[in-house]
Design a protein around this ligand. Structure first.
Ligand SMILES: Nc1nc2c(ncn2[C@@H]2O[C@H](COP(=O)(O)OP(=O)(O)OP(=O)(O)O)[C@@H](O)[C@H]2O)c(=O)[nH]1
Ligand SMILES: [Mg+2]
Length: 234
């Protein structure tokens, strides 16, 4: 009789929002730590992103509704692991850097761990995007008292706690809403320096005026929200 092997549930799910990132996917997926599952959320790509991701062993989730938040949230709802990480899929951030983030969550030292982006080279992070992010960190401090330097996309937290936040933004405000609601719920939030590399492929947000403007609008809306009591820390 043929032995049936049941693969163990993955330790960690890494949500990788993906819109036309065929060029970056091999680099990103090669750096997913062993036994972790890559959840590539294809957000209506018109290139071969979904096929490439599948051929490289990732689980592909389809989210037809456009928007960074829509993609991230589809990944979070598809995830099953106890700890969920997020990482951009454009080769600007190495997912292997998430290992100490996850250890911190597992060791119950923090509820949300964020990567503070340290740009490598001028091309990694245009000046206007850096300035905007700093201004945002100041507004966040005024709104929540949190002293963060960045609201970057590399992060880790427990899945059930994240779901408990009831995040509603489906565009560029998603990562900020996660931090604001987590702070309101009394989560312990920490920050680690991570190298930020020039992305592979064409820039969609920070390199375009339209993308930057939309991000500012989405984030301002999140900061104006009245605090909600959700997902309090364990
Ligand atoms: N902008 C954008 N990105 C999406 C969307 N859906 C998924 N993504 C992915 O989300 C990640 C972050 O988007 P990026 O376009 O890299 O945004 P950014 O890092 O702020 O700016 P650039 O790297 O300069 O474009 C990438 O992996 C995208 O492929 C979407 O609707 N809009
Ligand atoms: Mg990027």
């Amino acid at each position: 009789m043929k032995a049936v092997t049941i693969s163990p549930p993955s330790d960690v799910d890494v949500v990788l929002p993906c819109l036309n990132e065929a060029g970056a996917l091999p680099w990103v997926l090669a750096r997913i730590p062993a036994r972790w599952r890559a959840l590539v959320v294809d957000n209506g790509s018109t290139d071969d992103s979904a096929e490439i991701a599948r051929s490289l062993g990732a689980t592909v989730v389809h989210e037809p509704r456009r928007g960074f938040g829509a993609a991230c949230h589809a990944g979070l709802t598809a995830a099953t692991a106890e700890v969920v990480c997020f990482c951009d899929c454009d080769a600007s951030l190495d997912p292997a850097l998430l290992v100490p983030f996850v250890e911190e969550i597992r060791g119950n030292e923090a509820d949300l761990v964020l990567g503070r982006r340290r740009p490598h080279g001028r091309a990694a992070w245009p000046a206007h995007a850096r300035a905007g992010n700093l201004a945002l960190a100041r507004m966040l401090r005024r709104r929540t008292g949190l002293r963060l330097h960045d609201l970057g996309p590399l992060r880790a937290a427990r899945r059930e706690q994240l779901l408990g936040l009831g995040l509603t933004d489906r565009r560029s405000g998603y990562p900020l809403q996660m931090v604001v609601r987590a702070a309101d719920a009394g989560w312990r939030i920490t920050e680690h320096d991570v190298p930020y590399l020039p992305r592979t492929g064409a820039s969609k947000v920070t390199g375009t005026w339209r993308g930057t403007w939309q991000a500012v609008r989405d984030m301002s809306r999140v900061l104006r929200e009245t605090p909600v009591r959700a997902g309090s820390a364990r």
